[in-house]
Design a binder for this molecule. Structure first.
Ligand SMILES: [Zn+2]
Length: 255
């Protein structure tokens, strides 16, 4: 095969490798960010539940205090019952005491609800506190693995870039410029294989002469439709090769 063509095929393979490595390298920051977010969300939820638990305890203390105040009022009102002068005043005072007792029952119901909530929160807080260290360790480990993988990919890419530079140095300025121009215009692929008379880059049939020339592999030819540089793995079959492929006379066992 024409030497420049072989160099170009290797160059295209390297360019594809470099592009794949670059897009892989680009995904690492997001992956790292996403696991860091998992840990932050975990810590944030844990902190929120702790605050919620503290608020719950504070609310319960406040309600207990409220109950104390109402109990004192009731006790005062019960003392006053003996001092009232009329039945009317007596009934009014009783009614007041009943209202205060109902008030206490209402608050006690809320205290109970808060206690149930507090038990559930306490369970979650204890559980999260127990998992926090292992979560931190998991995220640190996964982050280190991702960073190591990113570094490996970067090293591979550096290596490919170096190899590419060495290859590119073998090509003339004209050929390289043509290669780069077609590559940019054709989705990253400046070369196309020819199979069964067709350019695999654009699927268009080649003129018979061009097809012949590409298979002969004696120069650089481009597709007249998509301008990609053409190469072929198919060989021109000579009469000798045809004989060998079909099992020439010498291959036949004597009778
Ligand atoms: Zn083409």
């Amino acid at each position: 095969m024409y030497p420049d063509l072989e160099t170009l095929i290797d160059l295209q393979r390297l360019d594809q490798e470099i592009a794949e490595l670059s897009s892989r390298i680009d995904t690492f920051p997001n992956q790292i960010q996403s696991i860091e977010k998992q840990l932050n969300d975990f810590i944030h939820a844990h902190e929120e539940r702790k605050q919620h638990l503290n608020a719950n305890q504070r609310e319960r203390r406040d309600m207990e205090g409220e109950i104390q105040v109402i109990r004192q009022k009731i006790s005062k009102h019960k003392d006053q019952l003996y001092l009232v002068k009329t039945n009317e005043q007596y009934r009014a005072m009783l009614k007041e005491i009943e209202g205060e007792e109902a008030n206490i029952r209402g608050i006690e119901d809320r205290v109970l609800e808060k206690m149930i909530e507090s038990e559930e929160l306490q369970k979650l807080v204890t559980e999260a506190a127990g998992r926090l260290d292992s979560e931190k360790a998991r995220v640190a480990r996964e982050k280190a693995e991702l960073e190591a993988a990113a570094n490996t990919s970067k090293e591979e890419r550096d290596h490919s870039v170096q190899e590419r530079q060495e290859l590119a140095a073998k090509l003339s300025e004209d050929i390289l410029t043509h290669y780069e121009r077609v590559r940019k215009g054709r989705g990253g692929l400046a070369l196309a294989e020819v199979r069964e008379g067709k350019c695999m880059g654009c699927n268009v049939l080649l003129r018979p002469q061009l097809y012949y020339d590409v298979r002969a592999g004696e120069g650089l030819y481009e597709c007249e439709n998509c301008a990609r540089i053409l190469y072929s793995r198919e060989r021109l079959s000579t009469s000798a090769e045809t004989e060998a492929e079909t099992g020439g006379p010498q291959a036949v066992a004597p009778n």
